[in-house]
Design a protein around this ligand. Structure first.
Ligand code: UD1
Ligand code: MG
Length: 431
């Protein structure tokens, strides 16, 4: 589809009460604006983001993730408002979809619906009663006449329940001819994009209202809206993955970020949190585990496991209160209460309760390499850098400071003493 997209993101977002620009607030792990860009990229190869407030910061954030996005700086001092935002933009294609950067729930399907046909203006329309403070769509004889902003409404207009959802698809004529002619003769002294509708009607052009689903067009203006948008996004993400075959216990307690993916048959128990670029294949994640930027294949983890970035678990069992960071565990059992960081652990190895990789000396991180069929006894500390070769045994309670060669036992313990009769000597008889 030869379609251009302009995303309006120059507004200040005062109601967020934040130093972070509104469109960079994350929803399900991704800045709000990125959700709009993702949807836009599915329908267009010509995307322009309009910026003003904290423009540089937003542009940098976008450029760190996306390629080929154009940026347009609005002259918001002289031309404030959504119409002012469109000044000086010349899209590449004949038709342009204009989106708000604060509508993260918009879907590709709705964008396609809005881009259909060849009306000069397709505009998104909502029916809500009682009407919130949106622009009212004035319809006479079944035809859209104009949009009146809430602050400019007469009492009769205020009662109108047909509302402007704020997304449009317009022809090149609208952009070239109407945008330069907009004025700021209104309550807010702003250049309203919405005035293009009346201009088109006056010139006998076609304005086509497209009824849309309110949920997708939720504008995020406050932290409360942000939380609502995230709830809806979470519901969508969970429902998508359940349809793809993921089993979820008490799904409303599970949090899954946008970039998480699943393959095969997976189960998530209640309270699981899956973050970042996590990939789960044919695995069972037990209650209240937190997993971030990790790959888990044919494994089970938790309850209450914490799997941190750059970890791969394959054919592995990780039990409760085990933390794994930047490690690769293949065919391993680590059942209880461990910290495994910067480690590689091979097939058939067992990590006992309370084993700690001492990977950090206060200045730098060091690796621990554990071979195949290694038995690491409970409560051992492995002081990195250190290697435990294949088929070695570490006795419980050892502090391992040297490499252990294949087939060996390593034991480091203070010899145990038995002092007979000491109790009575110390506490006195009859205690
Ligand atoms: C706008 C519509 C209103 C509609 C509502 C739906 C106008 C005049 N009104 O109102 O009819 O019901 O959306 O949500 O268009 N922006 C800029 N530059 C600016 C001002 C805004 O880029 O100078 C951007 C904002 O960042 C935001 C979008 O435009 O992404 C919408 O602006 P906002 O101020 O939220 O418009 P509304 O008052 O909500
Ligand atoms: Mg708004």
């Amino acid at each position: 589809m030869a379609l251009s997209v302009v995303i309006l993101a120059a507004g200040q977002g005062t109601r967020m009460k934040s130093d972070t620009p509104k469109v960079l607030h994350p929803i399900s792990g991704k800045p709000m604006l990125f959700h709009s860009i993702d949807a836009a990229q599915k329908v267009s190869d010509d995307i322009t983001v309009v910026l003003h407030h904290q423009a540089e910061r937003i542009q940098k954030a976008v450029e760190a993730v996306y390629e080929g996005i154009a940026f347009h700086l609005q002259d918001a001092v002289n031309y404030p408002g959504t119409g002012g935002a469109m000044r000086g933009i010349s899209p590449r294609h004949e038709r342009t979809l204009i989106l708000n950067g604060d509508m993260p729930l918009i879907t590709e399907d709705s964008l396609r619906l809005l881009a259909e046909g060849d009306a000069d203006i397709n505009m998104s329309v909502l029916q809500l009663d009682p009407p919130p403070a949106y622009g009212r769509v004035i319809i006479e004889d079944g035809r859209v006449q104009r949009i009146v902003e809430d602050k400019d409404c007469t009492p009769e207009e205020k009662a109108v329940t047909t509302l402007n959802a704020g997304i449009y698809c317009v022809s090149r004529h609208v952009i070239d001819a109407y945008i330069p002619r907009l004025n700021n003769d209104n309550a807010q002294r702003e250049y309203y994009l919405t005035d293009i509708v009346e201009m088109a009607v006056t010139e006998g052009k076609t304005v086509h209202p497209v009824i849309v689903r309110a949920e997708e067009f939720l504008g995020v203006n406050s932290k409360l809206d942000l939380a609502h948008a995230e709830e809806m996004m979470q519901r969508r993400i969970r429902e998508h993955w359940m349809r793809e075959g993921v089993t979820m216990h008490l799904p409303e307690t599970i949090y899954i970020e946008s970039d998480v993916t699943f393959e095969g048959e997976c189960t998530l128990e209640n309270g699981v949190t899956l973050l970042g670029d996590t990939h789960i294949v044919h695995s069972h994640i037990k209650a209240h585990s937190v997993i971030e930027d990790a790959t888990i294949i044919d494994s089970d983890a938790g309850p209450m496991a914490r799997i941190r970035p750059q970890t791969t678990l394959e054919g592995t069992h990780v039990g409760n209160f085990v933390e794994v960071k930047k490690s690769t565990l293949t065919g391993v059992k680590a059942g209880h209460l461990s910290y495994i960081g910067d480690a590689t652990i091979g097939e058939g190895s067992n990590i006992g309760a309370g084993v700690i990789t001492c990977n950090y000396d206060g200045k730098a991180k060091y690796p621990t390499t554990i071979g195949r069929n290694v038995f690491v006894g409970s409560d051992s500390q492995l002081v990195a850098p250190v290697t435990l070769e294949d088929e070695t045994i570490i006795a419980a309670g050892s502090t391992v400071t040297k490499d252990v060669p294949t087939g060996a036992l390593a034991i480091s313990r203070t010899p145990m003493k038995i002092v007979a009769g000491f109790f009575n000597k110390f506490f006195g008889k009859g205690q």
